[in-house]
Design a protein around this ligand. Sequence first.
Ligand code: HEC
Ligand code: HEC
Ligand code: HEC
Ligand code: HEC
Ligand code: HEC
Ligand code: HEC
Ligand code: HEC
Length: 207
Amino acid sequence: MSVANLPAQISPGDLSKAHSALEGISNCTKCHTLGEKISNNKCLDCHKALKSRISQNKGYHVSKEVKGKECASCHSDHHGLKFDMIRFDEKAFNHQLTGYTLTGAHKKIDCRECHKPSFVSNSELKKNKKTFLGLDQKCNSCHEDFHQKTLSNNCASCHNTDAFSPAANFNHDKTKFALVGKHKTVECVECHKEETRNGKNSSNLQE
Ligand code: HEC
Ligand code: HEC
Ligand code: HEC
Ligand code: HEC
Ligand code: HEC
Ligand code: HEC
Ligand code: HEC
């Protein structure tokens, strides 16, 4: 039985608001294959950002909670415009399922302090205020470079998520130049200044 060409195949109900542009007989096969079945691949043909996460084996949709399941088992449809396709208790969410564990200060902040458009670089996803996709794990994708390029942008090599001060992973005595005496109280930038060489910014010691 084909969804597309049988008179009996009347939609069982209006699609959700997010899919309302897909009403009409010409669109049935955007989600259904022959025999009424929902095709995960067809869903993913539109949901490209998610598809790319899944193909990289990353994110919540490849976690043990989701992998191998039919999309429709969690995202039903045809229940009218007001139906919420995503049933999701944000507060109870186990963030480890995303492959990124919330630690230190990150455990205490609201989901939307991180999941907000200004931290999303992909311009399509940026427009979607509800999305949880599109963040990067690198510290400097959300935190401004306090040191203004005078130090490496690998913040985690010196900081953890408990607090920026003290810099938990940094010990100047492990560099080639241990700080002793008065040097201990000199601001970093006094010795480490940003210079422009051959058109490139780089952090160099003042000579
Ligand atoms: C945006 C995707 C989408 C489009 C477009 C779509 N459907 Fe569906 N349809 C679904 C999903 C998801 C289900 C499964 C619902 C469930 O299992 O809870 C479903 C289920 C059905 C069912 C089975 C209902 C049941 O009670 O078992 C029929 C029949 C159906 N759709 C017909 C259609 C027809 C006809 C069209 C075109 C007019 C259409 N659908 C368009 C997503 C879609
Ligand atoms: C023709 C393109 C298209 C197809 C096919 C499609 N979707 Fe969507 N879907 C959209 C658009 C557009 C939105 C709204 C914007 C967004 O969230 O990306 C959306 C939104 C959603 C959302 C988020 C809803 C919300 O409230 O934020 C879910 C979940 C979803 N779709 C699941 C599915 C599933 C499951 C299928 C397959 C049965 C499917 N989609 C098929 C285009 C599509
Ligand atoms: C076990 C339940 C489950 C299954 C199976 C599942 N999802 Fe989801 N989906 C969720 C939950 C929970 C969310 C909300 C968290 C999130 O956005 O990742 C979600 C979110 C989404 C979103 C919105 C993503 C965003 O944040 O912008 C889309 C689109 C979507 N799912 C599509 C799909 C498609 C397509 C499939 C099948 C390949 C699928 N889902 C399978 C539970 C599921
Ligand atoms: C400190 C910032 C931060 C906070 C707070 C945070 N998240 Fe995330 N979240 C991230 C990052 C970073 C990723 C992307 C991880 C990766 O690279 O895969 C992510 C990924 C996700 C994903 C998976 C998206 C995908 O690609 O499948 C979901 C769903 C999600 N978070 C939900 C939540 C919820 C719900 C909360 C609140 C309980 C929350 N997050 C709080 C940073 C945060
Ligand atoms: C080479 C080590 C190093 C790197 C890399 C580094 N920092 Fe720092 N950072 C420090 C040290 C040392 C301090 C001074 C800590 C103190 O006050 O005890 C500091 C201070 C800070 C402070 C001020 C803390 C306060 O309350 O005074 C912030 C914010 C900060 N760093 C953010 C960042 C960010 C964001 C990055 C990445 C873009 C970064 N740092 C990269 C070593 C580093
Ligand atoms: C997805 C965005 C995101 C990423 C990635 C991220 N953070 Fe955060 N972080 C936040 C937000 C939002 C807050 C709370 C608001 C604030 O203090 O800036 C926060 C708070 C903090 C705090 C507490 C700040 C304070 O003033 O007490 C520290 C420390 C911190 N993050 C360190 C890190 C480090 C180190 C990394 C990389 C390993 C990192 N963060 C990655 C978003 C992020
Ligand atoms: C009195 C001057 C002085 C002060 C103050 C100082 N540094 Fe240094 N720093 C040096 C010298 C000299 C070296 C050794 C350079 C080398 O390895 O070639 C060095 C090395 C480093 C390195 C290792 C660079 C590398 O390439 O391995 C880092 C990172 C660093 N300093 C960060 C900091 C931070 C962060 C602060 C502030 C908390 C700071 N320094 C304060 C002089 C100083």
